[in-house]
Design a protein around this ligand. Structure first.
Ligand SMILES: NC(=O)c1ccc[n+]([C@@H]2O[C@H](COP(=O)([O-])OP(=O)(O)OC[C@H]3O[C@@H](n4cnc5c(N)ncnc54)[C@H](O)[C@@H]3O)[C@@H](O)[C@H]2O)c1
Ligand SMILES: O=P(O)(O)OC[C@H](O)CO
Length: 363
């Protein structure tokens, strides 16, 4: 029986983005929307149109049910429909999933705002942070403002997209402000191999997801220098301390428990061993600093984007403006190596010189 929109209580879900993570999550969302009565079974996905093997990417997705550029070899459910037009992709949406590199957010919300359903909510899977004249801005808050105050949650975690797409067991964390929305979103994302926990903590969950990408650059430098697991574990430990210090100094309400969720320690570990930021940082060292991160990204990632370099720049801007850079020797030296031609060894020299301060701030 045909149901009109007026009487149809099912939530319409739209995915904004179709890179590696957008494709992996579309597999889960598509299956859950087929399975659960709460959601409309058709899921629209906004795809930034490109030509792949002589065909439009949206045509390939809609005909072959696969995104061969960003997630080759993994089929998408047939109810996921690719649309190159951001307005029609998000029309009447009750739930928007933002999953694109945040440098491409500019102007997007303006286009979407008028066409979504009344009461539409959003969730950001974007790992990054922004700095403006007022100071630090969460990406989820940028979207919230762009969408005229829409309730925004975030989903972060130890989630390398190819492993999630392959259905390997992992966990993720939703950070919400509204617990009813948090629970609804948990049901949309959770599946037997993708376990989702909910915390009423947007900033803690979101900034963990952003900062781990900076630490991952340090882990890649360690790999590039040919050093071993003890050294990498040290970078991970110090990185965790700086992440915690940064987050709790900006958001004192963030509880330690957030750092023990998938968005915290688990994402930090996985990114430092298996992520793209780590991979590009290793290549940066092996190229003797002669190639920029932009060049390496283009060479190694076939159109995928890393977020750690941009986040390092934003974090250093924030800390400089606050006069607190010296409290973060790891973040500072990672930025210096990536952008100021500092030698690799400064990674350890800076930490060693600042050792006393690091330990005294550790509590
Ligand atoms: N890939 C992962 O394993 C993973 C896991 C968790 C979270 N994330 C986060 O998810 C977010 C999205 O990353 P991703 O990995 O899905 O993307 P990606 O790096 O795989 O792909 C880049 C995307 O950018 C799009 N794009 C390129 N030029 C564009 C333009 N001018 N305008 C709009 N879009 C354009 C491409 O179409 C593609 O969809 C990031 O914040 C990332 O940190 C990624
Ligand atoms: O490949 P990266 O470095 O962008 O990391 C991917 C995910 O964020 C890991 O959770």
């Amino acid at each position: 029986m045909k149901r009109t929109r007026e009487f149809d209580q099912r939530k319409q879900v739209a995915i904004v983005g179709s890179g590696a993570w957008g494709s992996a999550i579309a597999r889960i969302i598509g299956r859950n929307c087929q399975r659960l009565d709460t959601f409309h079974s058709t899921v629209k996905q906004w795809v930034f149109e490109e030509t792949v093997n002589g065909r439009k990417l949206t045509d390939i997705i809609n005909q072959d049910h696969e995104n061969p550029k960003y997630m080759p070899g993994q089929k998408l459910p047939h109810n996921v429909v690719a649309d190159p037009d951001i307005c029609s992709a998000t029309k009447d949406a009750d739930i928007l999933i933002f999953v694109l590199p945040h440098q491409f957010l500019n102007g997007l919300c303006e286009k979407i705002k008028a066409s979504v359903a009344p009461g539409c909510i959003g969730i950001s899977l974007i790992k990054g942070v922004h700095f403006d004249e007022q100071g630090m801005v969460l990406i989820s808050d940028m979207i919230k403002e762009g969408m005229g105050g829409m309730d925004m949650s975030v989903l972060m975690g130890a989630n390398l997209a190819p492993e999630v797409a392959a259905g390997q067991f992992c966990e993720a964390t939703i950070g919400c402000r509204d617990e009813t929305n948090g629970t609804l979103l948990q049901s949309l994302f959770h599946d037997p191999n993708f376990h989702v926990a909910v915390r009423k903590d947007v900033p803690g969950v979101e900034i963990c997801g952003a900062l781990k990408n900076v630490v991952a650059l340090g882990a890649g430098f360690v790999d590039g220098m040919g050093l071993g697991d003890n050294t990498k574990a040290a970078i991970i430990r110090i990185g965790m301390m700086e992440m915690k210090r940064f987050i709790q100094s900006h958001y004192p309400e963030v509880e330690d428990a957030t750092f023990f969720e998938s968005c915290g320690v688990a994402d930090l570990i996985v990114t430092c061993y298996g992520g793209r930021n780590r991979k590009c940082a290793e290549a940066f060292v092996k190229a003797g600093g002669k190639k920029s991160f932009d060049e390496l990204e283009a060479e190694l990632l076939n159109g995928q984007k890393i977020q750690g370099t941009g986040t390092a720049v934003e974090v250093v801007k924030i800390l400089e403006a606050e006069g607190k850079l010296e409290e973060y020797p790891l973040f500072n030296s990672i930025h210096g190596i990536a952008f100021e031609g500092k030698p690799m060894e400064s990674l350890f020299l800076d930490i060693d010189n600042m050792g006393e301060m690091v330990e005294s701030l550790a509590g």
